[in-house]
Design a protein around this ligand. Structure first.
Ligand SMILES: Nc1ncnc2c1ncn2[C@@H]1O[C@H](COP(=O)(O)OP(=O)(O)OP(=O)(O)O)[C@@H](O)[C@H]1O
Ligand SMILES: [Mg+2]
Length: 121
């Protein structure tokens, strides 16, 4: 069975010509269903860029990114992103931010797990 998320030599180049800048170079990994994965690295190493590509919010410049075996070419309802500080509600936890969109779209049952009880408390 295909992994939940698969990155194969995923690459991102911002800009063109002399202004081209390679933000992500050949990222390859897979995430299985239920796995909790963190991307760690110094500021500017490409973490957000990679997340945006996995979320379908940035086009990839090379390689492939798959969700359950299907190329990600646009945002998908089953993939959510909690952005950084300026767009967050300070009184909510990260999990509650995830749940907010689920609440709006009526799919909060995805979070009916004892470890996620803060979502609706
Ligand atoms: N839209 C853009 N156009 C040009 N360069 C960009 C763009 N977005 C990001 N970059 C550059 O790509 C590189 C990776 O940026 P990115 O935001 O992915 O890093 P990051 O690892 O998430 O950093 P941080 O830990 O500070 O959030 C940086 O050098 C950044 O300046
Ligand atoms: Mg970032």
């Amino acid at each position: 069975m295909a992994a939940e998320i698969t990155c194969e030599r995923a690459r991102k180049i911002y800009g063109r010509g002399a202004a081209a800048f390679e933000a992500v170079n050949s990222a390859s990994f897979s995430v299985e269903k239920g796995e909790f994965v963190s991307l760690l690295g110094p500021s500017g190493c490409g973490k957000s860029t990679l997340m945006m590509m996995i979320g379908g919010l940035e086009a990839i410049s090379g390689g492939t990114i798959l969700a359950a075996g299907t190329p990600i070419t646009e945002p998908r309802p089953e993939i959510g992103i909690v952005f950084q500080d300026p767009t967050l509600l300070p009184w909510k936890t990260a999990m509650q931010h995830c749940a907010t969109r689920r609440w709006w779209t009526g799919t909060l049952e995805v979070f009916r797990d004892p470890t996620c009880r803060l979502c609706w408390s």
